[in-house]
Design a binder for this molecule. Structure first.
Ligand code: CAA
Length: 259
């Protein structure tokens, strides 16, 4: 597929999706969201892709949804829009492979919300996060009011959503918004290192582990435990489970085939 607002590169099982609208700090318009959705579907279906990295490059992740596209919209237009952002975020969040967000510079509004649909967030030291929608007279409408409280708790999420202020990478780490902070010039190396580690794991086990966590978050504990149990049981039907346990007993690294 051909993309204009994102760059898609696949190397050694790792697909890197790079947002590419530098002139507007990677502001996310409908075209970007549609291309992200198409790329997410393509990466999900490509058996050679094991892990996906989403980034905006070294300077900026994304300064949010494209304000110029929204400025004159009416309520009816917004309400009846097919919301490409929602489709893209759903496809990324439910992708049956690990997704890592590698974040440098601003991750604001829809940009911050995009990081929330990744499984793991790695921030460069120069990263800044924020949900400034309140200062535009709106609220975070691409999952921010729902995913952020689930990740960092409602108190901290409300502070970010109500105040609209930016926080630096270290603060994002402290409140659990990101998994780790790395020197800016090592961001891609660190993201690749983590992606490579995940490429060595069993793809089916990863898929079900992601599903168990994500689906479980939508259930009460008892239902979540039952769902986990079903995923766990199913993995005993895979060759990867046999290989993983055999390799442990034979004191050698496992070679998973993803089946
Ligand atoms: N949409 C459209 N264009 C944007 C943009 C956005 N979200 N963010 C930046 N740009 C454009 C600017 O208009 C500017 O374009 P021109 O050169 O043509 O004027 C260019 O990118 C560079 O931006 P600045 O000159 O403003 O750069 P700066 O370094 O002075 O400031 C910034 C950087 C603090 C990130 C500032 O650009 C900013 O505040 N951007 C908007 C952030 C924001 O409010 N994001 C939320 C959007 S709403 C949303 O995301 C809704 C949702 O939930 C889905």
């Amino acid at each position: 597929m051909e993309y204009k607002t994102i760059i898609v590169r696949i190397e050694e099982g790792i697909a890197t999706l790079t947002l590419n609208r530098p002139e507007v700090l990677n502001a996310l318009n409908d075209q970007v969201f549609n291309e992200l959705a198409d790329a997410a579907s393509e990466m999900a279906a490509d058996p050679t892709v094991r892990v996906v990295i989403i980034t905006g490059g070294e300077k900026v992740f994304a300064a949010g949804a494209d304000i110029s596209q929204m400025a004159t919209a009416t309520a009816v237009e917004v309400m009846t829009s097919d919301k490409p952002s929602h489709r893209a975020f759903h496809l990324i969040e439910t992708m049956p492979k690990p997704v890592i967000a590698a974040i440098a510079g601003y991750a604001l509004g829809g940009g911050c919300e995009l990081t929330l649909v990744a499984d793991i967030r790695i921030a460069a030291e120069n990263a800044q996060f924020g949900l400034p929608e309140i200062k535009l007279g709106i609220l975070p409408g691409a999952g921010g009011t729902q995913r952020l409280p689930r990740l960092i708790g409602p108190g901290r999420a409300k502070e970010l959503i109500f105040g609209g202020d930016f926080i630096k990478a270290e603060e994002a780490l402290r409140i659990g918004l990101v998994n780790k902070v790395v020197p800016t010039n090592q961001l891609f190396e660190e993201a690749k290192k983590m992606a490579k580690r995940l490429c060595d794991r069993g793809a089916v086990a990863l898929r079900l582990a992601k599903s168990a966590v994500n689906e479980g978050l939508r259930m009460d504990l008892e239902a979540g435990l039952q769902y986990e149990d079903k995923c766990f049981n199913l993995l005993f039907a895979t060759e990867d489970q046999k290989e993983g346990m055999r390799a442990f007993l034979e004191k050698r690294p496992a070679k998973f085939q993803g089946r």
